[in-house]
Design a protein around this ligand. Structure first.
Ligand SMILES: C[S@@+](CC[C@H](N)C(=O)[O-])C[C@H]1O[C@@H](n2cnc3c(N)ncnc32)[C@H](O)[C@@H]1O
Length: 270
């Protein structure tokens, strides 16, 4: 089903011929705290999933729900959120959004890699942003969430907030049928690459709206650190670069920097 990176690109323009590697920086020590993606072989399997932490109490759930409500309110009143919404509605980006949201179907928002909303503020702010988008835009339909580290408490609170928690680890390999928004804040490169690879044809890629780590920055790191062999796990991110329109999320050094820095909206083809 999915063509190779080279096949897609040669259909459009010739972009890649050499092999090289992208070197990525560690971010905020967070990589050590989260489980790594599985090996390429393991990743091929989309496995049934249950929360690892199966203990919960009503008090814990209520406390987390309260934290989420505070986070949503705080974000909604912030200048960051005003700028974020203005960007989506602004003259440059709105055209890209409109092309994908005019569909007769509401867009499903798939959230991968949200992290632990119980343990950290960044995942709470990221989820708050997704929920506020759903409240503001009538073209957003169901929100589906998956992260292998979600606990039972988090799963219950996510459901209480109107999200559907997936019971299968798709490894990012969701094939789009209708326009779909993928909200993947600060995910590992492999997860973006899996998504691209699964949808590696024009008809699918053009239906995707992707929020995640800036692909341009991956490219800049590649240029800075040199080209010594194409890293398979980033091959599609790099190959799609010439056909990607990216809108950087504006963060200043405030409460929202940690949660959203280095993030962008990505559209493939116009
Ligand atoms: C670097 S962390 C980012 C967490 C959070 N969004 C943040 O910015 O702090 C990457 C997240 O991706 C999650 N992840 C790993 N494999 C995944 C998969 N197959 N599907 C969805 N999420 C996955 C990890 O558990 C982790 O929470």
């Amino acid at each position: 089903m999915a063509a190779s990176a080279e096949t897609l690109i040669s259909d459009q323009h010739k972009v890649l011929d050499d092999e090289w590697t992208i070197v990525l920086p560690l971010r905020n020590n967070q990589r050590r705290k989260f489980p790594k993606l599985k090996s390429a072989e393991q990743q091929k399997e989309q496995t049934q999933w249950v929360p690892t932490d199966l203990e919960t109490t009503q008090e814990r759930e209520q406390l987390l729900m309260k934290k989420m409500q505070i986070s949503i309110e705080k974000l909604e009143k912030s200048p960051f959120f005003t700028v974020f919404m203005d960007q989506i509605r602004g003259p440059e980006a709105s055209d890209y959004f409109l092309k994908r949201t005019r569909s007769e179907h509401k867009l499903t928002m798939v959230i991968y890699g949200i992290g632990s909303i119980e343990s950290y503020e960044s995942p709470r702010l990221q989820l708050s942003l997704a929920i506020l988008m759903k409240r503001r835009f009538d073209w957003i339909g169901e929100i589906e969430v998956f992260d292998p580290i979600i606990s039972l408490t988090e799963s219950k609170v996510l459901k209480g907030l109107g999200c559907c928690v997936l019971s299968v680890n798709e490894q990012g390999r969701r094939q789009v049928v209708n326009p779909t928004m993928f909200f993947m804040p600060h995910c590992e490169a492999e997860l973006y690459d899996n998504l691209l690879k699964t949808n590696w044809k024009y008809e699918n890629l053009k239906q995707i709206i992707l929020f995640g780590n800036s692909f341009e920055k991956y490219e800049q790191h590649r240029s800075v650190f040199g080209c010594s062999g194409l890293d398979d796990s980033r091959k599609h991110i790099v190959s799609i670069q010439p056909f990607t329109k990216e809108f950087e999320i504006c963060t200043v050094l405030d409460d929202y920097f940690r949660a959203f820095h280095g993030s962008s909206w990505h559209f493939f083809y116009h």
